[in-house]
Design a protein around this ligand. Structure first.
Ligand SMILES: Nc1ncnc2c1ncn2[C@@H]1O[C@H](COP(=O)(O)OP(=O)(O)OP(=O)(O)O)[C@@H](O)[C@H]1O
Ligand SMILES: [Mg+2]
Length: 310
């Protein structure tokens, strides 16, 4: 019996080495994370970070070298039937180009033992915004339409969690917006849990509640998007002499030089204290402003820390 309190998805020290054990490519290393029911969770990382490898293990498509995948509290290896509660879109989904979108869904449904009744398929086509294009052949669909048809196919058997590998990859601005609305609706209107990967920070920021950042096969940070942005905020200080200012502030906060200014790891609420310390140390203060690093900078700082001293 599955535990109703259990996380929808839990990865525990999940690892994958391609090729010979110990000698091959260590694509995923001890990835642990937990996704609560109803959450939209982002798995964010640059190319080659190990996102698709992790997702393939989560879907039981490839075997882990180590660790465990738990879905709704059940160990995937021991209870592979739990995959009935999972819908997925990887590699954009595969469809018959000469069949209509609607017919393709019927084929997928009957192949996978999902309900094939017309009402259900109509409502899914409507949900992904393809109602009016349902009778058109898929070969005439845009990339965005195909991706949305892929989401509809993933939903045919009414899964509780939907796992999407790079759902906005290759889409134009309009396609991205449609996919974004669709993903939000899955959680908000249809009570699905969503786990999606992306290398696009902006997308994850727009759509997800929480994120794990993966770099070179390892999770380097797991956080709520809002906390990530807040933690990484700082104060930009313009003061002279710079070395005196730096020493005065470094006693309390992290301090980085940025051109002629300092970026101090202090919150906006601490601005008066920053000013007092500078004046107290005999520095002159020319400027003090809250600096919100965007997610892109946060991401680069986390995934490429070695470039700091370049
Ligand atoms: N079948 C395979 N055999 C050997 N190495 C592989 C295989 N699949 C992936 N890799 C390697 O594993 C690492 C992680 O690849 P993976 O595809 O999981 O990354 P990703 O984060 O999905 O990247 P992308 O953003 O490019 O899709 C890379 O170094 C990749 O070259
Ligand atoms: Mg990938």
């Amino acid at each position: 019996m599955s535990d109703p309190q259990a996380p929808a998805l839990e990865l525990v020290n999940l690892s994958k080495t391609y090729g010979r054990r110990g000698k091959g490519v260590r694509a995923v290393r001890d990835v642990s994370l937990s996704v609560a029911p109803g959450e939209v969770y982002g798995f964010l990382g640059p190319n080659g970070a190990g996102k698709s490898t992790t997702i393939r293990m989560t879907l039981g498509l490839i075997a882990p070298t180590g660790g465990e995948v738990r879905l709704f509290g059940e160990d995937l290896r021991r209870h592979p039937a739990v995959l009935k509660r999972v819908g997925s879109l990887v590699d954009g989904g595969a469809f018959y180009p000469f069949l209509s979108g609607r017919r393709n869904l019927e084929v997928v449904a009957s192949t996978h033992g999902a309900p094939t009744d017309a009402d259900r398929i109509d409502s899914l086509l409507d949900q992904v915004g393809l109602a009016k294009d349902a009778k058109r052949k898929v070969k005439g669909y845009s990339t965005g339409m195909r991706q949305r048809l892929g989401v509809a196919a993933a939903l045919l058997h009414d899964p509780d969690i939907v796992i999407l590998d790079e759902p906005v990859n290759g889409l134009d601005v309009a396609g991205i917006q449609e996919m974004r609305a669709l993903i939000r609706g899955l959680a908000a209107d249809h009570r699905k849990t969503v786990f999606l990967s992306s290398h696009l920070l902006h997308e994850v920021q727009q759509v997800c509640d929480r994120v794990a950042i993966i770099s070179k096969g390892e999770v380097v940070r797991e956080a709520r998007i809002a906390d990530l942005l807040r933690q990484e905020a700082g104060l930009r200080v313009e003061a002279a002499p710079l070395d005196i200012a730096e020493a005065a502030l470094a006693a309390r906060w992290s301090v980085e030089r940025s051109g002629d200014a300092l970026v101090v790891g202090a919150t906006r609420d601490e601005a008066p204290e920053v000013a007092r310390r500078l004046i107290g140390a005999g520095a002159q203060l020319f400027g003090l402003a809250a600096e919100q690093r965007n997610l892109e900078e946060v991401f680069l700082a986390i995934t490429q820390p070695e470039t700091d001293d370049a």
